[in-house]
Design a protein around this ligand. Sequence first.
Ligand code: NAD
Ligand code: IPM
Ligand code: MN
Length: 364
Amino acid sequence: MEALVVFLPGDGIGPEVSAAAGQVLQTVAAKWELPLRIREYPIGGASLAQFQTPITREALEACRRAAAVFLGAVGDPRWDDKPREQKPETALLTLRKALNVYANLRPVKVFPVLSRASALREEVVRGTDFLVVRELTGGIYFGEPRGHTERRGWDTMVYLREEVERIARLAFRLARQRRKKVTSVDKANVLEVSRFWRKVVKQVRRGFPDVTLEHLYVDNAAMQMVQNPHQFDVILTANMFGDILSDIGGAVSGSLGLLPSASIGESVALYEPVHGSAPDIAGRGIANPVAAIASVAMMFTHSFRLPQAGRLIEQAIEKTLNEGYGTPDIAGPGIRTVSTREMTGRILENLQKLWEENTTGAVV
Ligand code: NAD
Ligand code: IPM
Ligand code: MN
């Protein structure tokens, strides 16, 4: 049976990086003889322009039926001042909620060859490897009431016990496969919702006595991430804090254009680069495709349960970077600047080489 993969390229650089992701997906699926049916729908500004809604019912239904969903990026300055129902970003929030993908996994790794691309000192970032486990379908992004008038604006940050429990359990389980340390990030010195979060996380930890748990306030966590990113293994945090901290992770790794993510829940998972539609560079063919391609690697590992295929993609990315190729966002000593298309082509070539080495006996 064919597996349905829905592609939602979206806005700005979304379509540019989605094209790269699609090529890698098809190439690798063919090697593993995984039959795919790929369907594409507009989302965000692209959908608003065509259908006057940020996501159509048809697109949502297709995503619900899919084995996996890939999203490029949504957001377009043309829709910046519109009400919520007419904002591109609303499509993404609707989709996450509809698919119940409550956990957003955002790995941050520093490629050795890029440790000089980081805005931070090489010795500070080298070897950094952490995973942000961001709660994705609750918190201040979804709390009611919310609104604004001429004189007042408000949102509500609320978490239910079961929402905190399920994301915390996942973070502890993932930590067991890593270095067994969870850092829960909150603002419990000020917010009631964070005091509740911390209490529930401590209770969940009782089931994982082999995992170390520490708590940091989000302001301190942001500082620590810049000053000493090595200390982190799994960072467990709420929706908005995770959004902010993962962009700092982009600066640590060298570029937001490098960071992939998987949003997982009970059934279908959604794969999305951490970055947005980058209107400042859209249409120029220079977007970094690595975040999108690495998100496809996560799709093979999590949705298709083919971790070797995921690893092959990751190795092809690293080999290409090691050979000194990179888009302008990671320009620096030892990096030859190439376009999105050339970077993708080189990653595909290296994929092929690694595949051939593997099938002739070397280990992937
Ligand atoms: P952004 O992530 O789009 O861009 C931030 C900076 O990083 C820009 O300078 C951009 O050029 C650079 N950048 C991002 N991705 C890159 C890549 N792949 N290659 C090279 N450089 C890259 O954030 P923003 O500018 O604050 O937001 C732009 C729009 O995107 C907004 O409408 C926002 O709401 C939306 N957005 C969407 C998503 C998503 O769809 N998942 C995520 C973040 C922001
Ligand atoms: C992200 C983005 C989204 C978020 C926006 C576009 C809704 O910033 O995926 O990081 O805040 O979750
Ligand atoms: Mn974000």
